[in-house]
Structures are given as C-alpha cells and as structure tokens.
Design a protein around this ligand. Structure first.
Ligand SMILES: [Zn+2]
Length: 152
C-alpha cells in the first residue's frame, strides 16, 4: 500500500502551506478548509489512530494544536472560537488515515456554512471540489507562523 497524503507531504513529495514544523510535527493549512483558517496538526510518524500514539506524543500534539489555536485567535482570520478535534479512524469520517488534529476557527452564525462544507466533502474524491487557492493558504500560513508563540 502506498503512503498516505500526509506522509507524502512530510517527505516533501507534495506541496503544503506550512504553519509550523519541527522534528516530530507538521502544522499545515487544510487544502479544502471547512472554514477559513482551518489548520491540521499532525505527528510526522504515520499512525492511523490516537491509540497508536504514546501519551507524550498525544500531549505534544494537543499542546501544539492549542498554540496554533492561540495563533489563529491572534491573527486576522475571522475567529470567535475554535474546534480542536480529531476524527479518530475511518468510521469517524477521518478523511486521511493519519492522525490529524483539526484546528478549526468558528464565527458566530457560521453553522450553515460549516455544514455545507462538510456536506460537499465527498465531492473531493470525485475531483468536483476545487482546493483553496495556494496563494491564500500560503498567506494564512505565513501570518499564523508569525503569530505562533512558544514559551522561552
Ligand atoms: Zn501517513
């Protein structure tokens, strides 16, 4: 079986708009954002489910996701609150079989738009849905990168 999309991104074989990278993690803009500013935080090592991560890896993933959420709140991306969410396995609508933490900005009253995004997800596989423009994703990634704060 071939490697998953995220493993190809980690290997540099597919492009991504990268918000953050270290030896063990990558944070990137979702190519088909449910809402503007949708970031995915992944461990670089391939695992499908959270139960395959040890407790330190789980803690690091969530801690990084929370920092990305802070960066979204500090950025110009519209955001009243956020989801920090993991679809843990294919039966939970996990779209790429590699653990990823969604950092999803929400604004008051945006539920119809979010539901429309979710309802049209199956069109991606049919190549009937266009990805977000790379220039937009790169601009958002750059802004979030500069807004990320790490404890000194
Ligand atoms: Zn993978």
């Amino acid at each position: 079986m071939g490697r998953c999309v995220f493993c190809k991104i980690v290997a540099g074989e597919l492009p991504a708009s990268v918000v953050y990278e270290d030896a063990r993690h990558l944070a990137l803009m979702d190519l088909y954002p449910w809402r503007p500013g949708h970031v995915l935080v992944i461990p670089k090592a391939h695992s499908v489910r959270v139960r395959e991560l040890d407790e330190d890896a789980r803690a690091r993933l969530f801690t990084l996701g929370a920092r990305v959420a802070d960066a979204v709140r500090a950025s110009s991306i519209p955001c009243d609150d956020l989801h920090l969410a993991i679809n843990d396995g294919p039966a939970s609508n996990q779209s790429v079989p590699h653990v990823h933490l969604h950092v999803l900005p929400r604004t008051r009253g945006d539920l119809p738009r979010l539901l429309l995004s979710l309802a049209t997800r199956p069109l991606i596989a049919l190549r009937l849905l266009r990805p977000a423009p790379r220039a937009t994703l790169d601009r958002q990634a750059a802004e979030l990168r500069s807004a990320l704060v790490f404890p000194s």
